[in-house]
Design a protein around this ligand. Structure first.
Ligand SMILES: [Cu+2]
Length: 274
């Protein structure tokens, strides 16, 4: 009997210690998810806790660059030295560029040593929209956009890198994707793999609907920032002919992305104005 009791004491100690450690971790905010908050909405991707943001998009240069880990970051550096890659980037200047260094994956072996293959991969995506025949770069209101012909374009290149030889071994480009829709008030169309309009102004109190017009799943995940605080929004996945709605009752900005297509720059911004 005494032995059994002793076992229970030890179990209680183990539980207490575990709970304490978990509490400390939570309070220090050292969970990957908490770290991600310091970056922009795009980096809330929870799949990869090691994501390195190399460059945030700015007004002057709408390029977002990230790597899934430090080794993959080297793939990006090698790719940028290649003249074909430089020419490619020149050819899509002015569009929203996403550069995602997605390979190699890195693992820690049993001694804690980092192991990885030498095969690197960088996905470069250019996204741009044409509304009423004009390049759409400054957000307009739903009111201004309604009834107009919208086009969203996406070009993707896959750059393969040999990390040992530090050179690009192959560049493959996918066929350009285009979605076309007649724009409607308070509707954001989700195609493959982009949102249109990607940045738009709506009135306070607007109920905005994201409508999936493609054959793949999408979601809307991001942070709605207002004067009174921040709200994390997550639509969950929705498929073709399904939609998700949210009513924005306060002035602010909602920046979001699709978590499964963020490497292709599937993101958007709603500016709620009074
Ligand atoms: Cu998506």
């Amino acid at each position: 009997m005494i032995t059994v009791k002793k076992d229970f004491v030890w179990l209680a100690v183990v539980v207490a210690v575990s709970v304490t450690i978990a509490t400390i971790i939570l309070n220090l905010k050292i969970l990957p998810e908490e770290h991600a908050e310091e970056f922009n909405a795009l980096s809330l991707v929870s799949m990869q806790s090691e994501i390195k943001v190399i460059k945030q998009p700015t007004e002057a240069d709408n390029t977002y660059i990230y790597a899934i880990n430090d080794v993959a970051k080297q793939s990006f550096e090698v790719a940028m030295q290649d003249n074909r890659v430089k020419d490619m980037l020149d050819s899509v200047k002015g569009s929203a560029i996403t550069i995602a260094a997605v390979q190699p994956s890195a693992y820690a072996d049993k001694d804690g040593k980092v192991v990885h293959s030498s095969a690197g991969q960088v996905i470069i995506t250019a996204n741009w929209q044409i509304i009423d025949g004009k390049f759409y770069s400054t957000p307009a209101s739903f009111e201004m956009l309604q009834g107009k012909a919208g086009e969203s374009h996406q070009k993707i290149w896959n750059v393969f890198v040999d990390l040992d030889k530090r050179k690009v071994t192959d560049i493959q480009h996918e066929q350009e994707r285009v979605i076309r829709e007649t724009l409607q008030p308070n509707i954001v169309f989700g195609g493959m793999n982009m949102y249109m309009p990607d940045a738009v102004i709506a009135d306070v109190g607007s109920k905005i609907k994201w409508s999936n017009e493609s054959n793949v799943l999408h979601n809307v995940v991001g942070v709605y920032k207002t004067e009174s605080g921040q709200t994390k929004l997550d639509s969950g996945f929705f498929e073709r002919n399904e939609s998700w709605e949210y009513t924005f009752n306060e002035k602010g900005v909602f920046e979001y992305h699709c978590t499964i297509h963020s490497e292709e720059g599937m993101k958007g911004k709603i500016i709620i104005s009074g």
